[in-house]
Write a protein of this length. Structure first.
Lengths: 510, 302
């Protein structure tokens, strides 16, 4: 017994002398054995999902020209959620023509005040249907209802409210200049925040007098089509908003359509590069919101318990399907051990499961292909020699679920440190000096978002100036607000969305 | 077995207020339904320190309170009893007699409760008197004035001396967090109390507003967690004052469960100092069991 204790409390260090370790390093808190929460599923009875969804063109739901449909799967059950139209060049062309007509005949001629009224109405109607939209989002995409209910849908409404306010004040946004709309905007959005990304795209475009053709992602098209219903109910003039569903090929049709004046894309850096290439030499304006590999830097003077919570929000929010996720944790050596112990403890209390359960913290991985991609990266990490840690919580047998995962013992040269995984997978590196932290933080092709954790205000500003990323959060993470611009350095994108800056891509200044 | 190093209490552990409150808000989104709700309500009932600390308290009032502690709701005799009754030292004897034959503990406030403005000598005297009267647990207050002066060794020594006087009797140390004002201070006072020998740390006397709040309780639970990791010793927690609704009680339990885990979810390690909470818990339990709300008039008001 005493020998064992001896063994536990000392550890051979490199120079052979015993190194003291915490005598209680093996103490474990037990979060599971008593008082389990009963299921608390949000009822989806009142949510109407039709068996098949068509395109929304010129104020009407229109069958696809080629008559082909695709399936959207509920990733938590692996069952088909609904079918939706596959857009072809014919569909895209009629949508662009409708948008052009609406732009010239109606929307660009309306006063800002009148456009604002429509946007305010859309915002209110999103609020009115918020429960239905949240449930739909969770069923179509797998995100926990807690997040779709408290983050996605309210923020989407907030974006419409915010840009509705700008509609009649554009002259004040650009003093001394006359802002004019760009024309027809082709917008392609990702599957991680379907309705929210729609709001980021459509609200500023409409506020500035443009009309849009928007394509939601092929795994999460339904809330966009519900938004089309809202446009109808709001009496929005026909053709101002057109929604074409489909996959990458449909997106390419939008990008390459000659009568589109501006492209706004949010998605992977890979696709972003393709878009940029195909737009080279054209007159189309474009904004790209692409990938990230956000560093989350924790200094030893940080509030540790709150930093742990911030790390959880940074990487496990929305299953890690967040372009601005804090997926690289950089922690100062002095607190690394303590922080990692606390983080592992906290991970034990994360509930992975049914996205519709109000207690679920981590829902389903959005699709089979993303699920495979994440698992592939887990394998790569292990093969690269990193130490993997996953929480011990149970996960459903059916559906695409992934336990929250940490990798320690990683180096800057590892693929799991360099490449965007887009899943609940965090790599942990340590640093000794602020310079080293900044160097590691910037040593990436991306530059979208970062976090800095310290109790010292001056350090926040000093390090914040040195880290090259579009968004820097200090002592918090993944905070969004429509008034705040969002955009990336380097391969994380071109242009900003949100705030006053978010108006620029949608206007020509005279 | 393990040598415990006492930290330097002049070092402040940084705490981010915004982060604390966000974490609390997130915990409060836990949805406690069905069986887990009923189980939680009964658990909360069993954790109550049924309290009366008024100048007008008398033996008669204490006897009434003790009867409520024994049988919270006559139509449901199988319900758990509360954990303890909490009274002034001169009424400990009455409470002891009224609770004879039960496992319900008698807790006594002591050490110049509620202000703590007395000499250590008198505080010790007060404590010994309560123990002589038969108190199973002592709820002492710290000297907030000395704490705010930065006289941490004074606080430490005072707690250690009272713990020594307590011997085997359980010592709960009241930080009166409403007078400490910052989360850093709450954390520091928690650490001082635990290293000085507290068996429990407790938020408030109930005489100062704000009394127990959820974020403050979270700070104290996190202090307990770190103390456990550093020393291997468990310390109990008691939020007291201002907790009136069953829903809040469940939120406190969620907070304990997700901060410290299942081991602390027993009256041995977690108490709620309250009086009117009892009836709200009972109302909710009856609602869960029968499906209908009873009028408040069906619950005895002691």
């Amino acid at each position: 017994m005493s020998e064992q204790t001896q063994e536990k409390s000392t550890d051979e260090s490199a120079n052979g002398s015993p190194k003291p370790t915490s005598p209680n390093a093996d103490l474990k808190l037990d979060f599971a054995s008593f008082w389990e929460y009963s299921e608390a599923p949000e009822s989806s009875d009142h949510v109407e999902i039709t068996e098949r969804y068509d395109h929304f063109i010129n104020g009407d739901f229109v069958k696809p020209a080629k008559g082909r449909y695709m399936k959207s799967v509920n990733p938590a059950t692996e069952e088909v959620f609904t079918e939706f139209a596959e857009g072809t060049s014919e569909d895209v062309d009629s949508a662009v023509r409708a948008a052009r007509r609406a732009y010239e005949k109606k929307w660009s001629r309306l006063s800002g005040k009148e456009r604002g009224k429509y946007l305010f109405r859309l915002a209110r109607m999103i609020q009115e249907r918020s429960r239905e939209l949240a449930i739909t989002e969770s069923m179509d995409g797998g995100k926990p209802i807690r997040e779709s209910r408290d983050v996605d849908v309210p923020l989407a409404a907030a974006h419409f409210f915010y840009y509705a306010g700008w509609a009649d004040k554009l002259n004040y946004a650009f003093p001394g200049r006359t802002p004019e709309p760009v024309g027809v905007c082709g917008q392609i959005i990702p599957w991680n925040f379907p309705l929210l990304m729609l709001a980021w795209k459509i609200a500023p475009a409409l506020a500035t007098g443009n009309t849009v053709v928007l394509k939601p992602a092929e795994t999460t098209p339904v809330t966009a089509l519900k938004f089309a219903e809202i446009c109808l109910d709001a009496g929005l003039p026909d053709g101002v908003v057109n929604i074409i569903t489909g996959a990458g090929l449909t997106g390419a049709e939008i990008v390459n359509h000659p009568d589109v004046d501006k492209i706004a894309f949010t998605g992977s850096t890979e696709v972003g590069k393709i878009i940029q290439r195909s737009l080279a030499g054209s007159e189309k304006k474009y904004t790209l919101e692409l990938g990230g590999k956000g560093p989350n830097i924790v200094f030893e003077d940080a509030p540790i318990d709150q930093a742990v919570e911030g790390i959880v929000n940074a990487i496990f929010f929305n299953q890690g399907h967040v372009c601005c996720a804090g997926s690289r944790l950089l922690v100062q050596e002095g607190v690394a051990g303590r922080l990692i112990t606390k983080l592992k403890e906290r991970m034990e209390t994360l509930i992975v499961g049914n996205p519709l359960d109000k207690n679920t913290d981590i829902g389903a991985i959005n699709s089979k292909s993303q699920y495979d991609r994440i698992n592939n990266y887990l394998e790569i990490g292990v093969n690269e020699g990193a130490e993997i840690y996953q929480s011990s919580n149970t996960i459903p047998e059916k559906g695409f679920f992934c336990r929250p995962t940490l990798f320690t013992g990683v180096s800057q040269s590892n693929r799991i440190v360099q490449e965007e995984i887009f899943g609940p997978v965090l790599t942990i590196q340590t640093f000794r000096t602020p310079d080293e932290a900044v160097e590691k933080a910037n040593n990436t092709p991306y530059g979208l978002a970062s976090g800095i954790w310290t109790d010292k205000g001056s350090k926040i500003f000093k390090i914040g100036r040195q880290v090259r990323s579009g968004v820097i959060w200090s002592n918090t993470f993944n905070k969004f607000d429509p008034t705040s611009p969002f955009g990336g350095y380097k391969e994380s994108g071109i242009g900003s969305e949100g705030g006053l800056h978010g108006l620029h891509p949608y206007v020509k200044l005279k | 077995m393990n040598a415990v190093t006492i930290p330097d209490f002049h070092q402040t552990i940084p705490i981010d207020k915004v982060g604390v409150e966000e974490r609390m808000a997130r915990l409060n989104k836990r949805s406690i339904k069905k069986e887990s709700k009923l189980q939680g309500l009964k658990l909360a009932l069993s954790m109550i320190d049924l309290t009366t600390l008024e100048g007008k308290d008398s033996e008669g009032k204490i006897i009434q309170l003790c009867n409520k502690a024994r049988t919270p709701y006559t139509p449901m005799p199988d319900l758990p009893t509360v954990a303890a009754v909490c009274v002034y030292p001169n009424l400990v004897d009455a409470a002891k007699k009224a609770l004879r034959g039960t496992t319900i503990k008698v807790a006594s406030v002591a050490a110049a409760f509620p202000s703590g403005m007395a000499r250590l000598k008198d505080k010790l005297e007060d404590t010994r008197y309560a123990i002589d009267q038969g108190a199973d647990e002592i709820d002492m207050v710290i000297s907030r004035g000395e704490f705010l002066k930065g006289n941490y060794s004074y606080i430490f020594d005072e707690i250690a001396a009272i713990k020594e006087a307590c011997g085997e009797v359980h010592l709960k140390v009241i930080l009166e967090t409403g007078e400490l004002e910052t989360y850093e201070n709450v954390r520091k006072a928690s650490d001082i109390a635990m290293y000085a020998g507290a068996d429990f740390i407790k938020t408030s006397t109930g005489k100062i507003q704000p009394a127990a709040t959820q974020p403050v309780t979270m700070i104290m639970l996190e202090a307990i967690r770190d103390f456990y990791r550093n020393t291997g010793q468990m310390v109990g927690m008691k939020p007291a004052g201002g907790i009136r609704k069953a829903k809040e009680a469940l939120q406190y339990l969620v907070l304990v469960k997700e901060t410290l885990g299942a081991a602390w979810l027993t009256p041995q390690w977690f108490r709620i100092g309250a009086s009117s909470l009892t009836n709200d818990l009972l109302m909710q339990i009856v609602k869960q069991e029968t499906g209908v709300y009873q009028s408040i008039n069906y619950f005895s008001n002691d």
